[in-house]
Design a protein around this ligand. Structure first.
Ligand SMILES: Cc1cc2nc3c(=O)[nH]c(=O)nc-3n(C[C@H](O)[C@H](O)[C@H](O)COP(=O)(O)OP(=O)(O)OC[C@H]3O[C@@H](n4cnc5c(N)ncnc54)[C@H](O)[C@@H]3O)c2cc1C
Length: 316
């Protein structure tokens, strides 16, 4: 056995959940992530002196699932809170109705805080971009007992040789999205909006009331764009701010332009279709994340990472 620890590349929720399983069983494990902090697509950033969620808008947890137990723990410790089960439904020309579904959970400290909590106590190296994972398995030339790639398929494919990639992955497409943050000095939308699904709009699919979900009432909205609009702005995402602000204004009936905007690009926001299988594993190289355990969302990524962690324990 090589003396290096089992290595998880990717400190999003999938990689962190996987590493927790291994560490919990006493397996030496380290997590490497190219970002400055853990979180991945559960990303929160400080803008105008407060935290704004730029990636996942909220969590859902299927009743009776293991993930529901994880979410309950976060709620009990004040890290997550039930946000709402009802959102507005809008079209390109205004608000139409409301829709009720499962309880959505939000994180007062930002969704990233949940991944940071899960990563607590783990051997985590941030700011470390891994360039190559190959047979052995090896991570940037270093032999390890096993390695996990916990990231979108296109990012994992970049690290793998063609042979290994062919065994673990397929060519399923991943779609981009832009998160556009819109700030005002006061609120211009209904107090009970929470968020709005925007149907039939060429620019925007969803708008979250960030002040409402965070609980501080700040006059900040976060809009997520269609894949088509994002694809047309991947080289110059900031140019999307104007068209998105106009689309949000029309959909929510806001006639005052935002006072500031920030755009974040998600080149690989989501798989066009996630797999039903929980993870991939061959020759000590595992792949997990929200491309597995369909449907693609935070619960799927956590479930996928947890399942791969257990499979690695069994394989030892
Ligand atoms: C705009 C948007 C809105 C969303 N809304 C919701 C929602 O409301 N509800 C919901 O449940 N889900 C939502 N999702 C999906 C949810 O965010 C993801 O399912 C989940 O966060 C995926 O976690 P992951 O660990 O699989 O991948 P990621 O979070 O993408 O983690 C991958 C990690 O790998 C790292 N990495 C990649 N390449 C390398 C490398 N070479 N070396 C080192 N590190 C590397 C990255 O830095 C990253 O931290 C949304 C996603 C987006 C983008």
């Amino acid at each position: 056995m090589p003396s290096s620890p089992t290595t998880v590349v990717g400190a999003g929720i999938a990689g962190t959940a996987c590493a927790r399983v291994l560490a919990g069983a006493g397996v030496p494990v380290r997590v490497l992530d190219r970002g400055r902090r853990p979180g991945g697509r559960m990303a929160s950033r400080t803008l105008h002196d407060r935290t704004v969620d730029l990636g996942a808008s909220y969590l859902t947890a299927e009743d009776g699932s293991e993930f529901a137990t994880q979410v309950r723990d976060w709620v009990d410790r004040g890290l997550a809170r039930p946000w709402t089960d009802t959102f507005a439904v809008a079209g390109p020309d205004g608000l139409r109705s409301t829709t009720t579904g499962p309880v959505r959970y939000a994180a007062p400290g930002g969704t990233r805080s949940l991944v940071a909590d899960l990563a607590g106590g783990l051997d985590l190296e941030s700011g470390r971009t891994v360039a190559a994972v190959g047979p052995g398995p090896r991570v940037d030339g270093e032999e390890v007992p096993a390695v996990v790639l916990a990231m979108p398929d296109p990012q994992a494919r970049r690290l793998l040789d063609a042979d290994t990639a062919g065994r673990l992955l397929d060519d399923r497409p991943w779609e981009p999205s832009l998160a556009v943050v819109l700030g005002w000095s006061r609120r211009h939308w209904p107090a009970d909006l929470h968020g709005a699904f925007v149907n039939d709009d060429p620019a925007v699919t969803w708008v979250a009331d960030d002040g409402d979900r965070r609980g501080d009432g700040a006059p900040v909205l976060v809009a997520h764009t269609t894949a088509e609009l994002a694809a047309a702005h991947l080289e110059d995402p900031d140019a999307a701010a104007g068209p998105v602000a106009a689309a949000v204004g029309r959909a929510l009936g806001i006639d005052v332009p935002p006072e500031w905007t920030t755009v974040h690009r998600w080149t690989h926001a989501r798989p066009a279709q996630a797999r039903d299988e929980p993870f991939g594993l061959a020759g000590g190289i595992g792949v997990c994340g929200d491309g597995w355990s369909a449907p693609s969302r935070v619960q799927a990524a956590w479930t996928s990472g947890t399942a791969l962690g257990r499979a690695l324990l069994t394989a030892r």
